[in-house]
Ligand binder design. Structure first.
Ligand code: OAD
Ligand code: ZN
Length: 251
C-alpha cells in the first residue's frame, strides 16, 4: 500500500492550484508501451529517426503512416487505467487543475480529464502536411496515405515528430500553468525530452513544490520535494484516497 507522506497529504488538502505533467509511464498499465524502457520500449525496437521525424515521412510516408495506424488501433483497444481515473478525480477536487501530457493516446480524456494540454498532439487525429487542416475522420484508401480532402496533399498523424516545434498555444499554456501552480506533479516520464522536461524546473523556480511519481529515479528526482516510487496506477489512487477520501460512488 503506498503511504503518502503526511505533510504532502496536508499540503494537497489546502492547495488551490496544481499542474501535472504525464508521460508514457501513465499509460503503461493500460498496456501501451513506453519509449525508453530497455526491452519493451518503442525506441528499443525501432529507430525514432526511421518513424517519428518529418524526414522519415518524406522518405517513406507509407511506412510512417502504417506505424501510426497500428499505434492508433492499439490505443483504441486499451482502456484508461486507475492512474488516469485518479487524475480525473483530482481535477474535480482542486480549484485550478491543469493536466499537461506528452502522451498522444487520448486516454486522459477518455478517463474524464477535462483541462488537458496535449504537448505532443493526439494520435487519433490527422492533419494535412501542407494546409494544416485537422481531421478526426478521413477516407482511408485501400493502401497508401490518404489525401487531404481540402487540398489533396498527404495527410499525416497530428503528433509532434522529433525536430518539430511543439504547438505554440499548448506550450505557452503549459508554461503558464507551471509558473502559476503551487504543486507540480511529474508522473511516468523519463523527464529527458525538451521542452516538456523543463516544465518541472520552471515550476520549481516559481516556488512550486515538486512531486514525482515513477517506477525509477529520473534526472528530475534530485530536484523534487517528494519522490513517490511505484506504479502510477497504484500510487495515484492511494494519494487521492488519502488526501480527499473515498471516491464518492459513481452514481
Ligand atoms: P519514456 O519511455 O521516456 O519514459 C517512461 C517513464 O515512465 C520512465 O521513466 C519509466 O520509469 C516510467 N514508468 C514506466 N511504467 C510506469 C508505471 N507503471 N508507473 C509509473 N512510471 C512508469 O516516455 P516519456 O517520458 O513519455 O516524444 O517520453 C517523452 C517523449 O519521448 C514522448 O512523448 C515521445 C518520446 O520520444 C515524441 O514522440 C515527440
Ligand atoms: Zn490540405
Amino acid at each position: 500500500m503506498n503511504t503518502i507522506p503526511s505533510d504532502l497529504v496536508r499540503l494537497l488538502r489546502l492547495v488551490k492550484c496544481v499542474a501535472v505533467l504525464t508521460g508514457a509511464g501513465v499509460s503503461q498499465e493500460s498496456g501501451l508501451p513506453t519509449f525508453r524502457e530497455a526491452q519493451t520500449g518503442l525506441w528499443a525496437q525501432y529507430r525514432p529517426e526511421d518513424l517519428a521525424t518529418p524526414e522519415a515521412f518524406e522518405r517513406n510516408p507509407q511506412l510512417v503512416w502504417e506505424w501510426y495506424a497500428t499505434r492508433r488501433l492499439k490505443a483504441g483497444e486499451v482502456k484508461p487505467n486507475a492512474g488516469h481515473y485518479a487524475l480525473a478525480a483530482m481535477e474535480k477536487r482542486v480549484p485550478e487543475f491543469t493536466l499537461i501530457t506528452q502522451n498522444v493516446d487520448g486516454l486522459h480524456q477518455r478517463a474524464g480529464s477535462r483541462n488537458v494540454i496535449e504537448l505532443h498532439g493526439n494520435i487519433t487525429r490527422v492533419r494535412c502536411s501542407r494546409c494544416e487542416a485537422r481531421f478526426e475522420e478521413w477516407e482511408q484508401p485501400e493502401s497508401g496515405v490518404p489525401p487531404c480532402p481540402r487540398c489533396g496533399s498527404k495527410l499525416r498523424p497530428d503528433v509532434v515528430w522529433f525536430g518539430e516545434m511543439l504547438p505554440p498555444r499548448e506550450l505557452n499554456r503549459a508554461m503558464a500553468a507551471a509558473k502559476s501552480c503551487q504543486v507540480f506533479f511529474s508522473i511516468g516520464t523519463s523527464a529527458v525530452v525538451e521542452p516538456a522536461a523543463s516544465l518541472p524546473h520552471l515550476a520549481r523556480l516559481a516556488g512550486a513544490r515538486l512531486v514525482e511519481v515513477n517506477l525509477n529515479e529520473t534526472p528530475l528526482t534530485p530536484y523534487v520535494d517528494y519522490f513517490l516510487q511505484g506504479k502510477s496506477g497504484e500510487v495515484l489512487p492511494a494519494l487521492v484516497k488519502q488526501v480527499w477520501g473515498e471516491e464518492e460512488s459513481a452514481a
